[in-house]
Design a protein around this ligand. Structure first.
Ligand SMILES: *Cc1c(COP(=O)(O)O)cnc(C)c1O
Length: 407
């Protein structure tokens, strides 16, 4: 988005604020759809833990997306935003059988990744079709080599345990209607992903009642210049061909599903903060903004790189700054970044702030969570108000301690 527009929005809604560009989300969605235009039944389920504002969910629904959820609360948000239950898939990990049963009763597609839960669920609800999440033990490494994923990952049912699944199906009489994988790592190399897909296909061929195959996500987007991006068009072409061959041998046209989060929303987001102070120490120039890991934790949590731009002085003379927050912890957003000259009061924009940013925000240091704005049709729509003091104390209870004696 244009620096002038970002500035204007923040002048209206103040700082710090998350701004999302609807056009970018639509463009990414269309790219993915077009890459798989050769698949008759394609389903793109947006992984809403990336960015779960109900207006974003509404936008996704309007484009034709389904929803991928990991908690009953995300399911409820999806229903609230207008998704019919049959367009929602529930892919939890480590949740209780009761939560899975409650979600299934809503009519949402269940995805189970645990043999014990699968058996209990199947015994009680043999008529509810269930998808299983497998662990293909394939991870994309930092290079083009195929490496074996964690044998002890907490996610998925190991492909070596499929005989157990088949026995559970036989004993309970339950129906497996989908096979799912989500390796959780970035797809840096199309060949690696296709290799994992072969494992999914060979697993799928052992189940007779399938209606869909779900390849999860892992589509990588660039965070800085030179970053590798998943070649979605090449990937689409190759997987489509392979998928057709599989469906032919399976004897039925199946649905092909994906669950992108980051791919759809990461680049659409901008987090705008204001510089409270510029502070020079012996060897560093700090720019201190009105935020911290309470609002954007990825740099500190994962070491993620977010580009930082001074939108108050675009094209200005560049200098080196270490951008930090106002939290009483080390909260470095970027070390020695080249940024156009900063004056106190300037607005800094963090890029790629659409995915896993606002959804990971907290109230640490008793600060308010930021406002969120959707830029749609050349208009700024406030989609979440900045929190207030009322929000901070809303669920707190003040006990009267004046009459109590402390022994
Ligand atoms: C988080 C998650 C996704 C989305 O991953 P991205 O890297 O954001 O695309 C998809 N599926 C499942 C099951 C997830 O937990």
């Amino acid at each position: 988005m244009d620096a002038k527009i970002l500035q204007k929005i923040v002048h209206q809604f103040e700082s710090p604020t998350y701004i999302y560009d609807a056009e970018t989300i639509q463009r990414q969605y269309t790219r993915l759809k077009n890459a798989f235009s050769g698949v008759p039944k394609l389903r793109i389920n947006y992984a809403c833990k990336a960015l779960s504002n109900i207006s974003i969910l509404g936008l996704m629904k309007n484009m034709g997306a389904g929803l991928d959820t990991v908690s009953i609360q995300e399911v409820q948000l999806g229903l609230h935003a207008g998704f019919p239950p049959e367009q929602i898939i529930f892919t939890p990990n480590g949740v209780s059988l009761e939560e899975i049963e409650t979600v299934a009763a809503l009519g949402v597609q269940i995805n189970i990744d645990n043999l014990s839960i699968l058996e209990q669920f199947g015994a009680k609800h043999p008529d509810t079709p269930v998808c299983i999440r497998i662990n293909p033990h394939v991870m994309a490494g930092g290079n083009t080599k195929i490496s074996v994923g964690h044998i002890d990952s907490k996610f998925g049912i190991s492909i070596h345990q499929i005989p157990h699944v088949l026995r559970i199906v036989e004993i309970t009489g339950m129906r497996i209607n989908g096979i799912h994988m989500h390796t959780g790592s970035d797809i840096l190399d199309v060949e690696v992903f296709l290799y994992a897909s072969e494992i999914l296909f060979s697993t799928a061929s052992q189940f007779k009642d399938l209606t869909f195959l779900d390849f999860g996500s892992g589509f990588k987007v660039p965070y800085r210049e030179g970053d590798i991006e998943t070649n979605i068009e090449e990937f689409g072409e190759k997987l489509t061909t392979r998928f057709h061959t599989f469906c032919k041998s399976y004897g039925r046209e199946l649905e092909l599903a994906f669950e992108p989060g980051k791919f759809l929303v990461s680049q659409a987001g901008y987090f705008i903060t204001k510089v409270n102070a510029v502070k020079q120490t012996t060897s560093t120039v700090f720019a201190q903004v009105d935020s911290g890991f309470n609002h954007l934790i990825r740099p500190m949590f994962y070491g993620s790189h977010h580009e930082i731009e001074n939108i108050s002085n675009p094209g200005g003379k560049e200098r080196f700054y270490t951008v930090v927050g106002y939290i009483c912890e080390t909260d470095t957003f970027g070390n020695n970044r080249k940024i156009s000259e900063i004056t106190e009061g300037d607005l800094l924009a963090f890029k790629n702030a659409g995915a896993y940013c606002m959804t990971m925000a907290s109230n640490y240091n008793s600060r308010y969570r930021p406002a969120e704005v959707l830029w749609l049709d050349n208009q700024a729509h406030l989609i979440r108000e900045r929190e207030t003091f009322e929000d901070l104390i809303q669920n707190q209870i003040m006990v009267d301690v004046t009459e109590k004696t402390i022994a």
